[in-house]
Ligand binder design. Structure first.
Ligand code: SAM
Length: 229
């Protein structure tokens, strides 16, 4: 399987997307052409409610319902570039959310396995993947803190929710040489970590500070009592 060729229609946000690239991504040091091309191609406004379309390309996260967010464009670009993708990878994503990060990955890798714990978000994202022909994406509704053992090992794992620690399953389910990008910290702020699995252990690089919604599950944060999943 190859990276997906998305089926996107022309839209009124083409210039806005280019401006997002120039002002938010290139200006902050994103350089990988494939990542920039994907961010220029994927119609980010389709991943938020219609009332938010005009804000979709601004420099901050936006609500997507269920108390969750679509990440800031720069954060999506930084996390994607940091995975060091070449096009041949099988990637596990934890936290499908709106599906925007997934759609970017689908243009850049062989196959994306994405897990979301909130079924209504997963269902919405699935519909968008069908509409846009993200043909190399598999979506699962589950607690992603245990990874996806049946499909492991992965070339790369990306977690788009903040965790109190690195779930051991992610390291176990990486190939040697594989990369994990994960925000780790408390509920208020986290450090974005890039962890590379080596034959003799792991190396960890801190990419910067960030603030993500919580990774909720067996090896993440506990769900609040009233949460359904
Ligand atoms: N990458 C997403 C996007 O582009 O829209 C943003 C994801 S949002 C910041 C984090 C997502 O992680 C939420 O949709 C949340 O429900 C999900 N999540 C939190 N804990 C999870 C878990 N244990 N397993 C799977 N998904 C989880």
């Amino acid at each position: 399987m190859k990276p997906a060729t998305l089926r996107v229609k022309r839209d009124i946000y083409e210039r806005t997307r280019q401006k997002m690239l120039d002002d938010q991504l290139i200006a902050r040091g994103i350089t990988q052409n494939e990542v920039l091309h994907a961010m220029l191609t994927v119609p980010r406004h389709l991943f938020v409610a219609e009332a938010l379309h005009s804000q979709a390309y601004t420099d901050y996260p936006l609500p997507i319902g269920e108390k969750q967010t679509i990440s800031q464009p720069y954060m999506v670009a930084l996390m994607t570039e940091s995975l060091g993708l070449t096009g041949a990878e099988r990637v596990l994503e934890i936290g499908t959310g709106s599906g925007y990060q997934t759609a970017i990955l689908s243009m850049l890798v062989e196959k994306v396995y994405t897990i979301e714990r909130i079924s209504v978000l997963a269902a919405k994202a699935r519909r968008l993947f069908d509409d846009l022909h993200c043909s190399n994406v598999i979506v699962r509704v589950a607690d992603g803190t245990t990874g996806w053992p049946d499909e492991a090992p992965f070339d790369a794992i990306i977690t788009t929710a903040g965790s109190p620690q690195v779930p051991s399953a992610y390291i176990e389910q990486l190939k040697t040489g594989g990369r994990l990008i994960i925000p780790v910290g408390d509920e208020e702020s986290q450090k974005l970590l890039k962890i590379t699995k080596r034959a003799d252990g792991v190396t960890t690089e801190v990419l910067g500070g960030c603030k993500f919604v919580k990774l909720i599950g067996k090896h993440g944060w506990q769900a609040e009592k009233r949460e359904s999943c």
